[in-house]
Design a protein around this ligand. Structure first.
Ligand code: FMN
Length: 203
């Protein structure tokens, strides 16, 4: 089991060019999206929304909005992760529904609402929302790698152009990350990372 997961982490890399002849099946795409959907999130607010496209026309537009990166048009499918903003306002129908889903006893529910209101005042909501989206992104990329599907997280995009393509206003919601999925065209480069000792400190 451990080896299988480790193999997936070693398989995953930021794939720069996909094989345009290969298609990610609907079943595999569903599996990957499920990994995103089931991800943990601060306050359980599921700050994400996933816009999925296989459209060649939209992929072309996304490529232009993403600094002309070839991943966007060579991939099989693109998952755009949208970070919610407006819905996260304390007391909103969205927040209430998420808290209700948890089925907490009334006193805990009330405390949670109050604590969320307090917490919300301390944070910058968009970066906080994007942080949660990145957790879903990581899970989707790992799930993809687990079944042999390649990915590349794309943070290099022009926000204004990308919002136009995805019809996101940047106020009620904004783009967190874009993930093209497909199958690598070229061999994977060696993995370069700091050593275990450099990043892990036991105290
Ligand atoms: C938030 C984020 C944004 C990124 N944006 C891009 C991007 O726009 N284009 C790209 O080719 N790689 C992008 N990457 C991939 C990183 O460059 C890559 O993960 C890193 O260099 C390590 O290489 P590896 O993933 O192949 O091991 C991004 C990664 C993250 C986490």
């Amino acid at each position: 089991m451990k080896e299988m997961l480790l193999k997936a982490f070693q398989f995953r890399h930021a794939c720069k060019v996909f094989d345009e002849t290969k298609v990610v099946s609907d079943d595999d795409l569903r599996f990957i999206l499920e990994a995103g959907r089931l991800s943990p999130s601060s306050f359980g607010l599921e700050q994400w929304r996933f816009i999925v496209t296989r459209s060649a026309v939209i992929k072309e537009k996304l490529r232009a909005a993403c600094l002309n990166q070839a991943q966007l048009t060579t991939c099989s499918v693109v998952v755009c992760i949208v970070a919610k903003v407006q819905e996260l306002t304390p007391g909103s129908d969205y927040v209430s529904a998420r808290f209700k889903q948890k089925n907490y006893p009334p006193e805990i529910h009330k405390w949670l609402e109050q604590f969320y209101e307090f917490y919300y005042k301390q944070i910058d909501v968009l970066p906080w929302s994007i942080m949660q989206c990145h957790i879903a992104a990581a899970n989707m990329m790992t799930a993809a790698a687990f079944i042999g599907v390649d990915s590349c997280p794309i943070g290099g995009f022009d926000p204004k152009l990308t919002r136009e393509v995805l019809q996101i206003d940047g106020k009620n919601a904004d783009i967190a990350l874009i993930i093209p999925l497909g199958y690598r065209k070229n061999p994977q480069p060696p993995i370069v990372r700091l050593s275990f000792e450099e990043v892990v400190q036991y105290i």
